[in-house]
Design a binder for this molecule. Sequence first.
Ligand SMILES: [Zn+2]
Ligand SMILES: [Zn+2]
Length: 264
Amino acid sequence: MPAPAIDSHAHLYFDRFNDDRDEVIQRAKDAGFVAIINIAVDEQTSRQVIQLAMENEGFCHAVVGVHPTHSGMSADDLKTTLAAVEKLCDEHPQQVVGIGEIGLDYYWKEVSPADQERAFIAQLDIARRRKLPVVIHCREAWPDTLAVIEKHGVGVTGVFHCFGGTVEEAQRALDLGWYVSFAGNLTYPKAQDLRDAAAIVPLDRLLLETDSPFLAPQPKRGKRNEPVHSLHTADQLAKVHGTDRKTVLEATTASSKKLFRLNS
Ligand SMILES: [Zn+2]
Ligand SMILES: [Zn+2]
């Protein structure tokens, strides 16, 4: 029996899975996965992750919200969009397990930092009201992201997904009491900085993720990513922590279940 695993961050609703989505999910089940959490990036994909969760009851779960790179809109439009997202939380309490992905992304320049921050703060408020954890997306914006959470995220918990910060930033994430998650890029030869950061995150504060279809780990690098490939990331985490895959999977699965309050 393979150890139970959870992919805490996937985008299986993307078109790139249209031809074989069921096979991708089945491959994960065959490899011992007990859950996949699909993360939305806007209102429409929030509906899609819920749909996937309904079609794969108890296995796929939904995180709904507006990604920072999708948050460029007027204040009125943001209000309408987030009201719709919050309504989905009410209508689908069985499916929705979190708010995300939310945060700041200064790598892509299409959306102003001010618009991103407005959407970020408003969604931290939704998470607090709905008592849901958040999934944080942060790219080249660590100081501001941490500052927003420290100021506006009181009473909210969550995970920093696809962590790309320094050892010091990982420490601040841990000080908040939050979880940290590393994607397949942890396995890339040049990613020693990431491995250094992963080394300071205790096993019981790590989550496993793919960010499918992106960031396939080393042996699959350049190909479409899918949940089973996160086992390579688990092996890398095991190496960093001087332990084995089974121990990493047990710890990360327990943490995913705890953070997202999964029963499976
Ligand atoms: Zn992301
Ligand atoms: Zn993502």
